[in-house]
Design a protein around this ligand. Structure first.
Ligand SMILES: C[S@@+](CC[C@H](N)C(=O)[O-])C[C@H]1O[C@@H](n2cnc3c(N)ncnc32)[C@H](O)[C@@H]1O
Length: 399
């Protein structure tokens, strides 16, 4: 297989971790950029990235990279690509475009010209025009314009990769699975360490943790766009799947607990965990979910870690007080009963440390979709209820 250029998209703030994941999959020329990571490799490496990356949202295969100054240049670039080598006119198509500092008046018109270039090329080469399907296309082309260059990509993923194929229903404001995996990695969580999510909602963080602990490839329960492309290497894909199945370790030791004040979302979390293939983990208690108010959380062992995404704004749940007041009580509870633990909170509310009367020892800026968030780390010091002021020593990033 020849070496190709790819771009892996991820939530902003996780680029460095994604670069590490890609290097471990034998990607070359790995270069983090805002919102993703460029890399080189064979198509086999790109298949593996789709199957194994816990952080990427999509893997894109670069088809063209050219200078442009007008919509006609975009048409010519799209028309010059041998799309017929990868898909045919019976497959439905969708074109998406993003731009930074593009010198064109209408991005809608730019998208249309790129789509025309692709469609005309296929009609000339095959005699047929593909139809456009924005909802469930077989093939997606992504175009990116900067001030001087257009890059065209063929999407290899299809549904975004954070859709692992196991989610039944969503609770309130669920995290995307790749952001949840990113939180676990940023916190340096290892399965040997007890993990508690006291605001677990539909269970995303706890389920991602159990999938990591069991070495289950996140893409094992879904399909990908590249399987529909011409030239799909079925034998290479089968070998990757067999290897991924052989890596699963369902006996791995772990202690992962999720709780939430809402019994409805706790039931959802259990259902999601079952659908994710973690029934044996639920049965023997290595993964568990229970209804509980976070103000009454109890440690599940020593020197564990809390990784959580508390509510923000006013609560819809009438059992809960206003969020700042509740978080003050949660802060007291942590100081009193979780000495020796680390606690990591993802929130868009910069006042959270003040509300909890805790001093963060680290904060990282992350984006939950378009929402700018902080991932705060608090070290819960043994033998003291008082916040540590010296703890600021190793603060990083963020504003
Ligand atoms: C932002 S959501 C968490 C979403 C979760 N990370 C997921 O991916 O589904 C916040 C959760 O906090 C819960 N909650 C609100 N007040 C609570 C309290 N006092 N104790 C425990 N859970 C609470 C809500 O029911 C909601 O599920």
């Amino acid at each position: 297989m020849t070496v190709e250029h790819f771009f892996a998209i991820c939530p902003r703030g996780l680029e460095t971790l994604l670069a590490n994941e890609l290097r471990a999959l034998d990607a070359q020329g790995v270069t983090p950029e805002p919102g993703g990571v460029a890399f080189d490799g064979t198509l086999g490496v790109a298949y593996a990235a789709n199957l194994h990356s816990r952080l990427a949202s999509r893997i894109l295969w670069e088809a063209a990279h050219r200078p442009y100054s007008s919509e006609d240049d975009l048409y010519a670039t799209a028309h010059a690509v041998a799309w017929e080598a990868n898909f045919n006119a019976r497959q439905t198509l969708r074109v998406d475009l993003t731009a930074t500092r593009a010198p064109l008046r209408s991005l809608e018109f730019a998208t249309l010209r790129i789509k025309d270039g692709i469609v005309d090329r296929l009609r000339e080469k095959t005699g047929d025009r593909p139809s456009i399907d924005r909802a469930r296309p077989d093939v997606r082309v992504f175009a990116h314009l900067d001030a001087t260059h257009v890059t065209l990509y063929l999407d290899l993923s299809g549904e975004p990769l954070f859709k692992r194929g196991w989610r039944a229903e969503k609770g309130e404001a669920p995290l995307k699975e790749n952001l949840a995996a990113g939180l676990l990695m940023l916190a340096g969580w290892r399965p040997a360490r007890p993990l508690l999510d006291p605001f677990c909602g539909s269970g995303t963080i706890a389920i991602e943790a159990a999938l990591m602990a069991s070495h289950r490839a996140p893409g094992l329960a879904r399909s990908f766009s590249f399987e529909k492309l011409e030239g799909f290497d079925r034998a290479a894909w089968k070998a990757l799947l067999e290897e991924a199945h052989a890596q699963i370790d369902d006996q791995a030791a772990a202690c992962i607990v999720g709780s939430d004040i809402s019994t409805r979302v706790v039931a959802l979390a259990v259902k999601n965990a079952e659908l994710a293939g973690l029934k044996s983990w639920l049965d023997d208690g290595r993964l568990s979910f229970s209804p509980r108010d976070a103000r009454e959380s109890v440690p599940i062992g020593e020197h564990g870690v809390i990784i959580t995404n508390p509510p923000y704004g006013e609560q819809s749940n009438p059992k809960s007080a206003s969020v700042p007041k509740m978080m003050a009580n949660v802060g007291d509870r942590l100081k009193q009963t979780f000495a020796g633990w680390d606690a990591w909170f993802l929130t868009s509310d910069r006042a959270l440390p003040r509300q909890m009367r805790l001093q963060e020892t680290r904060k990282t800026v992350l984006f939950n979709g378009p929402i700018e968030c902080r991932f705060f780390r608090f070290e819960l010091v043994e033998g003291s209820y008082r916040p540590r002021s010296a703890a600021l020593d190793h603060g990083t990033g963020g504003g």
